[in-house]
Write a protein of this length. Sequence first.
Length: 385
Amino acid sequence: MSALKLQTLTPHLYRVPLDQPVVTSFGTMRARWALWVCVRDPDGVEGWGEVWCNFPDSGALHRCRLLQEVFTPLLPVLRGDDPAQLSAQIAARTRILRLQSAEYGPLDQCAAGLDVAIWDLHARRLGQPLYEVLHRALQPTTPSPASPRVRAYASGINPQGAGQTLERAAQAGQRAFKVKVGFGDDIDLRTLQEARAAAGDRWLAADANQGWTLEQAQAFLPQLEEFNLAWMEEPLAADAPAIDWQALRAFAPMPLAAGENINHLPAFHAALQHWGLGVMQPDLAKWGGFTGCLEVVRQSRAHGVMYCPHYLGGGIGLMASAHLLAASGQDGLLEMDVNPNPLRTEALSGALMPQEGWVGLPDSPGLGLTPNLAAMKAWAQPLPI
Ligand SMILES: [Mg+2]
């Protein structure tokens, strides 16, 4: 097969205002954005990726502009046999700008979305579904699953009406649930009581979104034993020292989870070694794309830590996360937002519908998904330049 080359890069930017804001312990989301990137090779084969842009509200526009100004001019010099080579070339060519501008996050997120698009293009050229191609990259000697399914869970369940939201998710086919905490002990205990009552003995986890100090978490987590939580996510900030994570471990009657706010490979490695985590949750649209997260999956497996992708954006990134989870061969769960977001549901066109807590992946080449742009027209934003 000829070398992998890119001819065009086209960003697609969308915004949906929210009637019901999504709240977290650190802020409120009043609109949903999606930034998609489509690359095309000289033969006209396409690949799609998604760039994380949940916060702040203006962040999507900035990342779109970086794709146009910084990444598009690189296309003529990118060339290689596999996507990881192209990603290494992109990293090398943006390295000094990254340091000089200190725009680590936005540049890394653009590179991550572009990496996903390049892997999608690569798999389409091979005529194989991405989960197979990624599985080979992880475990080249064993066959990939024939018709992959992954376990899923309903995420983004706010304190307000948590029990009802959870019941709606169960009616939609989910069998595992995660609620938001970090809003004060009284509200959190009420949320967990309501959620546990609605979930019965089903899988239930909680997410504090970095909302506590070590002292607060040490005082609060022991009170949660009765809720039998599958994990507590981000009880501490992602920049809390390893010694704090270790100190919390003894107080936590549940596994600890983190990863969505870790943003370079040595930091993932250090967290896996020193934080006492039970669950590692990289977000492939936020850092690393497939190339970076494949290494996090390998390291998580080596440390006996369960890989569960973090994801709370549009449909392309969700589908990409499902492929990497299927390829991992591990029994982690796919994070699926319960909040209405046409940028997720329209893009998926009925794919990844949960049934009894499982979702099946398409087995057509690449992501198995080409977004229906006509259906997205109402939310399309003009490109900044
Ligand atoms: Mg989270």
